[in-house]
Write a protein that binds this ligand. Structure first.
Ligand code: ADP
Ligand code: MG
Length: 269
């Protein structure tokens, strides 16, 4: 019946301008865990490298409509979303065309709102998804700005290494600027520590430092360094599908329940 309330779609952008910190791994495994508990989930791959698309089993030759088409050609979210190997999980893949987006839309009015506008249109027309996770490139470029302008909240993976905090203040400043100019409702969903190696004293020092600097923003769940997690993408599968029992997969399942818990708190606030 059309009197039923339209379910609210939540958009979470996974961002950090550093490469190799676990953005893509977090986006696809968190998405898989959300899909597994029945949340209709969409991953939008905004990195020209396309690792999220590959990691979800979408081969390059099968990427008919991509995030480039959404940003530049006004393709709709509904028609661009492809089914993945995971039930309840769809993907809008990326192609190398994304490398040209900056040049192609930099002069266009509303260039920072291309993704937001497409998602708004989707929400009005079909609202197929409960969660949208946007995987960003390792840079604070127009693609990442589009992802931040479209988001309800940002989720930041931080690798447990010496320079973890370096770059975080620049990222948080950018979030602040986006909030001031493009998207006042943007919040920081949380910071997730990734690739933790308990045998390494430095890693536990980094965890303490990040917690003392960022307090409650840091999720309780820490993602361990786990070879099964790094093997999974070469099989075109998220780790949770490749080996659900491995410690990395278990940590991502725990992270998903924390994310849902924070969603409830945010909704109640
Ligand atoms: P980003 O998207 O930030 O560049 P990725 O998610 O692609 O980072 O991760 C970088 C590399 O580290 C990839 O090869 C990935 O498989 C590996 N990796 C990510 N998380 C883990 C983990 N918890 N344990 C082991 N390897 C990991
Ligand atoms: Mg990536």
């Amino acid at each position: 019946m059309d009197t039923l309330p339209v379910p609210r779609m939540r958009v979470i952008t996974v961002a950090n301008q550093k490469g190799g910190v676990g953005k893509t791994t977090t986006a696809i495994n968190l998405a898989t865990a959300l899909a597994a508990i029945g949340k209709r989930t969409l991953v939008i791959d905004l990195d020209p490298q396309g690792n999220a698309s590959t990691g979800l089993g979408i081969n390059r030759e099968d990427r008919e409509t991509s995030s480039y088409d959404v940003l530049v050609e006004n393709a709709s979210i509904t028609e661009s979303a492809m089914a993945s190997a995971v039930p309840n999980l769809s993907v809008i893949p990326s192609t190398l065309d994304l490398l040209g987006v900056e040049m192609e839309i930099s002069g266009a009015a509303g260039r920072a709102y291309r993704l937001r506008d497409a998602l708004h249109q989707h929400m009005e027309e079909s609202a197929l998804f409960d969660f949208v996770l946007v995987d960003c490139p390792p840079s604070l470029n127009l693609l990442t700005i589009n992802a931040m302008a479209a988001a309800d909240a940002i989720l930041v993976p931080l690798q447990c290494e010496f320079f973890a905090l370096e770059g975080l203040s620049q990222l948080l400043e950018t979030v602040e600027q986006v909030r001031d100019t493009l998207n006042p409702a943007l919040s920081l969903h949380g910071i997730v520590l990734t690739m933790y190696d308990g045998r390494n004293n430095l890693a536990s020092q980094v965890v303490r430092d990040v917690r003392s600097y960022m307090g409650d923003h840091v999720y309780d769940t820490i993602i361990p360094r786990n070879v099964r997690v790094s093997e999974a993408p070469s099989f075109g599968k998220p780790a949770i599908l490749y080996d659900m029992k491995c410690p990395g997969s278990q940590a991502y399942i725990k992270l998903a329940s924390e994310v849902i818990q924070r969603e409830r708190q945010l909704a109640a606030a």
